[in-house]
Design a binder for this molecule. Sequence first.
Ligand SMILES: [Zn+2]
Length: 257
Amino acid sequence: MIEPNQKHKLKDEDLRYFIAYINDVVHPSSKEFNERLTKNELELHQAFSFNAILAHAIDYMVFLASKTGRQSRAKFIKEFDEKYSVDGSTHINNKFRLLDAVNNSFKHVELDRKRYKDLIEKYGKLSFSCLSSIKGKVYFETPNFKFDYGRVILRPIKEIFNIEISDSHAVTAFINGKIYGCSGQGAFIHEYEPWDAIDRMIEYCGAPCIDCGESDNCECSDFRYGEQKGKFTPDVDPRFNLDDVMSQISGTREWSK
Ligand SMILES: [Zn+2]
């Protein structure tokens, strides 16, 4: 968190570096990652490399925040998880911390047990080999956890960084959780009139899974999150009512005869 009255402590060059990093590194690599993810052509080294790019953006935000006041890295990342926990998997609410731990387990042979104590307790021993690639998908697997790391962790974090950022105001707002990109989860813009009933029906039937972003190809029922089993969790409009939609659709057909 950057306090409003502390913003002057940030140097222009520090802010410019962050803006350039987001625009010149994070955005192009996000685009490339997304193409590979969508086509199921994601390889292990590409997942680790994108993970490292995102982790560096987090490191840089920690650096900026620390210039404006004393703040521990662990606390900053935890707060970031809390601010952005809405988007993405319903099972994992510590996406940024996990991304950070995976990055560190990749960089160092052994993860710092003290620093990542709670994550190790939750997920088990974290190491480079927790991620593996099978048929173009990259999975996270420990004895009690298994899920699609590309879709459950990297995909929503990529979306959060999908922001227009060009000035110092945007940087501070982003670090403070005031602006962020999102996957569009939970966004339903309809008139709820007979003329958009067919659109609502199509949207409902093809609703993507909140956890993985897939619809027909969702594999969530094969995943494990500790005690919980994963399942297809469609991102459907809470206002959708099948009977109303059906009668509106048949009403529209009557009129067009
Ligand atoms: Zn799913």
